[in-house]
Design a protein around this ligand. Structure first.
Ligand code: TYD
Ligand code: MG
Length: 453
């Protein structure tokens, strides 16, 4: 006989404990345990209902494994295909995470409507069929192969999937699903764990690629435990400032490709539009040169991008100067300011410094450093930097200009956009054939050297 038992789960990592504890031994979080009741079988393990029969598995040597290339489905959007590692792999389970209102439902509905010759089952536990229809009308594509199902019970969903056998299954969202095998409310950790496992079984046994939409908590992690990330094959995350039009799709984990990929979309009145050449929109169309602006040749994943960096340096109105960043690490800015103060003799400690990365993007690339330094000095001295100059190098604590990875991709992008000069580290010069590019490569080894250029 199955009976109901109370267990405690860590909200952060999904660790299980028979009694409440204040400090999670799994992830170190404090006060993260919540009580949930689960149905347990005779052997005291949580009951797992098998969806399809057991597979007849057998161990085989690696050598004998046939290396057929997994079939990939083209999702009509190159930006999405790239993030998935070149298309959607048959039978894979993909988790799409993002804050509420960022456009997760819009993106997947758009994919479903665009795939005219594929049958897509869009299961929604969040919105009514009418609301989805309104969104579809806004996107403006008609497609009879896109089926909508508003259901949250996994047994019913699986039944419909087995009947319709869609080419793609979309679940919006995993937090709304409920499995009869677990006796707790939708969105609880044991429900998320169970329903995700059931969806994984469906995807794998019927070879239906499945998208799970998942909400993200304030601190940027996927609501529900890390366990969800372990179950799925691929985790992609939709990011961006809601007040800007740009949305960045980032690979967090991918069993079928690189996890350093990135796709860019723009939210318009009629859905999301792909941005295939980001550099052109990230550089503002300014007529004359204004001080405090420099262009960084950064790399997001494997993709080179020119991003405008804006700085404003002004005399502090109050005693303590302010340092504020949008899209860049404030600690890194403080470090660069200290380097400028100590190694190049600039008096910045009594100045307010504001830094902004254009387009609402967040960049972690160390090669941003030189552009940030250039923008700060340009604003401080009120001298404009030509908008045909690009920067790509890291700045070290002693004011040295350090080499960065994949410099040739950055130079090639600057060249493609018709830049006049690109400032890089002297240590990056090795093996670069300058004659290949029209852009002039200026190699420097310290920030003081850049000031003389
Ligand atoms: P939505 O896809 O519902 O976000 P999520 O599923 O991630 O919660 O919608 C995102 C927002 O985008 C919503 O506030 C309305 C807006 N939007 C547009 O600006 N244009 C459009 O064509 C659509 C469909 C939505
Ligand atoms: Mg939604």
């Amino acid at each position: 006989m199955a009976k109901v038992k109370t267990v405690f789960y860590c909200k952060e990592c999904g660790n299980e404990s028979p009694k409440w504890i204040g400090h999670c031994p799994g992830c170190g979080a404090w006060n993260s345990y919540v009580e949930e009741s689960v149905v347990v079988g005779k052997d005291n393990k949580s009951v797992k209902k098998s969806i399809t029969g057991e597979t007849k598995s057998k161990p085989i040597p690696v050598r004998e494994v046939s290396n057929v290339k997994e079939a990939r489905l083209d999702l009509c959007y190159n930006e999405l295909n790239r993030v998935l590692g070149g298309g959607l792999v048959s039978g894979s389970l993909v988790l799409l995470g993002g804050e509420p209102g960022i456009g997760k439902s819009t993106l997947l509905l758009q994919v479903a409507l665009n795939l005219r010759d594929k049958k897509v089952l869009y299961v929604s536990g969040e919105e009514s069929a009418q609301q989805i229809k309104m969104r579809a009308e806004r996107i403006g594509i008609n497609n009879d192969n896109c089926l909508i199902l508003t259901e949250t019970n996994t047994t019913d969903i699986i039944k419909h999937v087995e009947e319709t056998l869609p080419d793609i299954l979309i679940i919006d969202s995993i937090q709304t699903l409920e499995s009869a095998a677990v006796d707790s409310t939708a969105g609880s950790i044991s429900q998320i764990r169970e329903t995700a496992a059931e969806m994984n079984k469906v995807a794998k046994s019927l070879h239906i690629p499945t998208f799970l939409i998942g909400h993200i908590t304030k601190d940027g992690t996927i609501a529900g435990p890390k366990i969800l990330e372990h179950i799925v094959d691929t985790v992609i995350q939709f990011e961006g400032d809601r007040h800007y039009g740009f949305r960045v799709l980032r690979t967090v984990k991918n069993r079928f490709g690189s996890s350093a990929e990135l796709g860019i979309f723009e939210m318009n009145a009629n859905g999301l539009r792909e941005v295939s050449n980001p550099s052109e929109i990230l550089l503002s169309q300014r007529e004359e040169d204004v001080s405090g602006i420099s262009i960084a040749a950064t790399l997001e994943g494997l993709r080179p991008m020119m991003i405008e960096t804006q700085a404003l340096v002004s005399t502090a109105a109050y005693g303590t100067p302010q340092r504020s960043c949008t899209g860049f690490d404030t600690r890194r800015l403080n470090m660069l300011l200290a380097v400028l103060e100590k190694r190049a003799g600039f008096r910045l400690s009594s100045k307010d410094v504001f830094l902004n990365i254009a387009g609402g993007l967040r960049v972690d690339d160390p090669a941003m450093d030189l552009a940030v330094v250039a923008a700060i000095l340009s604003s401080n001295d009120d001298v404009a930097i030509s908008n045909r100059y690009a920067f790509a190098a890291e700045v070290g604590l002693s004011g040295e200009v350090r080499a960065v990875n994949r410099i040739e991709a950055r130079i090639a992008e600057a060249d493609k956009l018709g830049m006049e000069k690109i400032f890089i580290s002297k240590y990056n010069l090795r093996g670069i054939d300058k004659s290949k590019y029209n852009v002039e490569i200026v190699a420097i080894s310290t920030i003081n050297e850049m000031l003389r250029c």
